[in-house]
Design a protein around this ligand. Sequence first.
Ligand SMILES: Cc1cc2nc3c(=O)[nH]c(=O)nc-3n(C[C@H](O)[C@H](O)[C@H](O)COP(=O)(O)O)c2cc1C
Ligand code: SF4
Ligand code: SF4
Length: 259
Amino acid sequence: MIFYFTGTGNSLYAAKQLDTELFSIPQVIHKEQQVFEADSIGIVCPVYGHEMPGMVRDFLKKAEFRTDYLYLVLTYGNMHGGAAELADQELKAAGKKADYINTLKMVDNFLPGFDMKEQIAIDPEKKVDEHIAGIKADIDSRRKWIQPATEADRERHRQFLARQAGNPADLWEHIYRVTDACIGCGICTRVCPAGCIHLEKQEAVHTAENCQICMACIHHCPKNAIRLTIPEKNPEARYHNEHIRLTEIVQANDQQVSI
Ligand SMILES: Cc1cc2nc3c(=O)[nH]c(=O)nc-3n(C[C@H](O)[C@H](O)[C@H](O)COP(=O)(O)O)c2cc1C
Ligand code: SF4
Ligand code: SF4
């Protein structure tokens, strides 16, 4: 049993290689009952600023896992910054203990930092499938291991937090703007895991409350009509995992389905 969160499909791709019983956190989180029982339970999600998305952290606090083996796989793009250690601390604070936490390097979908064209070009160097096979072997053998953080990882995370503290508190609330290119197709409303986008007069409107900054809305817009208000490396280049169909992202994140 795996619970996953995905914006552009990397984490869903990894989750699909690791198990067949998959549950989307943006949907499961609305269930009244949050008790889950299985031989092994996994969490697969991206890291944002070296940490798990806010919704995943909320889910981990709320859920009760009855299992012999709890594991986390954290996808990232360029620098995990000690993500496994941070996730371990987060779990412990929630009164839970992971048996295994590993990171998995995939395409980096962070638009302010990276040109998606360049990221896609260097993807083969990351040997994603080889790494997933290694993680699967670990999980199948119930390996107990938390990827250790180096002092350099911890320093990177400290520096990241210091940079964040220097930003205006509401920076991320005003980060998206919808341009005239919007055709009102509604795709962004359905790939959003947090129900932050609705259509008004056939135009997408973004509300910041609960936004996970997953960037699914931007990456999946067929007209590239959602732009960042802060500089992007390449505003013309967008990304989605080549193995994951748009319908799968919609099935995972649509907030209009009844649970
Ligand atoms: C807001 C944001 C912050 C991110 N922060 C990091 C980070 O700190 N380190 C990193 O290596 N990748 C970072 N990434 C890249 C994602 O973790 C990576 O592309 C992930 O595999 C995306 O998973 P998904 O396709 O399942 O959404 C960030 C992406 C976003 C959108
Ligand atoms: S996906 Fe793009 S074109 Fe479609 S409604 Fe959203 S912003 Fe408009
Ligand atoms: S509004 Fe966009 S960035 Fe925010 S949660 Fe929804 S899809 Fe993700």
